[in-house]
Design a protein. Sequence first.
Length: 310
Amino acid sequence: MHETTNHRSRFWRTVPAFAAGTLLVGALTACGATEAPAASTLPPSTPTSAPAPHAAVADPLLRMISNGNHKLAFHVTPGNLPAIVLDAGGGADSSYWKNLVPVIARETGSEIITYDRAGMGASDEMPGPWKVEEAVSDLETGLKELGATKDVVLVSHSLAGEVATYFVNKNPHWITGAVLVDASLPNLYTDDVVSALDAANQAQAAELGKQPSTKETRQLLALVSNYGPMHRAYHNVTWPAEVPATVIVSAKTPFDTPGEAQLWRDAQAQFAGAAPNRRLVVAENSSHEIPVDRPDVVAKAVNDMAKKLG
């Protein structure tokens, strides 16, 4: 059963480290923060809800695709190739994009692919710690089966930024451009940051482990069981220079204190400024849930990327 946005927001407040893939605690303010470079910003007057489609868009088709001993649910909205692939953040499945899919499909005419990562939505669970390499393999297998291995535009929110970074490094010629929506990016994860995040995660995991075991809690615990080593390794991963990216950062960020929020903004700005084919956009009047709060910003970035890349 797909979780609702309201449920996900409540769960985010309960265990923010798991839902976003990151948690910044007060101790991180001592790590310091530098002022982020100027970014292109859409005006606050821009509508805060996605426009209703004016043309009919076909309903998504469900494809259950096997990777090893588990099956994954891929949802395909018919359209022209190249495809646009939407990957939701931690704690969310493909239904997270349900309001944006028809808008992007109408505006671009492209085939739209969403999917449920292992343990989410209609996809099978995988035992043991969450491994980004396995998530990459799942996405790779699905796109191969669907014939989407060339000129793909990849749209990744939050935790899915980690999947995107490893995926694009492994398959740079599959992806013609990416839109990274308040994504978890390598720049954030210095040793000090990872140590603080890992400590907070483990404390929350201990509490979560006392609760009844459900599909949700099992997935959240899997996300943090190898958190420290995974993110120290992630800090050293770079994005291929030849793959363009639009980086959308929320105005509020996932975090409440100014120091923590600034660390997040800095990581986004540093990533965007590392290559001339990257662009930074601030989603004004938005929380971390940009696709919900400002779907117009995401739709415009995707449409602009698709047009730019032909």
